[in-house]
Design a binder for this molecule. Structure first.
Ligand code: S3P
Length: 183
């Protein structure tokens, strides 16, 4: 009789949160600590379509970007032993939320809007270019309930160093995986 224990491959760890929450920086460090692959959804889109996110927004429009984002997320969610950094708007589409709902390791990097704004002020994020602070707050307020509802874990990032946050994530994920929460 074959009595070998058959473990399901672990689903990916998925980082969500507003622009500037640190998903890429922290995700990359956490993936190294866990010995997992790192997938940044925006970078994958840029590689696949040969354009920067800003170019996609200005040439093809946000709607096309969201379609690309959903396709890349769907594929990434099938990659076991990986850490996925999502764009801040990934929670807007219902089909993306359905995917995230099924994943046991969705982590919300919880960051105050003021901190996000400070971190993004010199970036080329298309949704933030020329936008007023009150509009950013509105965007943040619209998305926050989705981040909260989808997250299995919430991690505060303001005032903490990315390396320490990543270590905390790696420890929590290792503990969850050891407890067999996805099996
Ligand atoms: C977006 C966030 C960006 C990028 C795109 C749209 C958003 O990613 O996907 O500019 O709608 O919040 P980051 O959250 O990594 O900045």
């Amino acid at each position: 009789m074959n009595n070998k224990l058959k473990l399901k491959p672990e689903p990916p760890v998925i980082l969500i949160g507003f622009m500037g929450a640190g998903k890429t920086t922290i995700g990359e460090i956490a993936s190294n600590l866990l010995g997992f692959d790192f997938i940044d959804v925006d970078r994958e889109i840029e590689k696949e379509y040969g354009m920067s996110v800003s170019e996609i927004f200005s040439i093809k429009g946000e709607e096309s970007f969201r379609i690309m984002e959903s396709a890349v997320l769907r594929r990434a969610c099938r990659q076991p032993a990986s850490v996925i950094a999502c764009g801040g708007g990934v929670v807007l589409a219902k089909n993306n939320r359905r995917l995230l709902d099924k994943n046991p390791y969705v982590i919300w990097l919880k960051t105050p809007v003021v901190t996000c704004l400070k971190r993004c002020c010199n970036s080329s994020r298309p949704l933030l270019s020329g936008i007023s602070i009150s509009s950013v707050r509105k965007l943040f307020a619209e998305r926050e309930p989705f981040y909260r509802r989808l997250a299995k874990l919430e991690i505060e990032t303001a005032g903490n160093n990315p390396g320490l946050i990543a270590e905390n994530i790696a420890l929590k994920i290792e503990a969850l995986m050891a407890s067999g929460c996805s099996n």
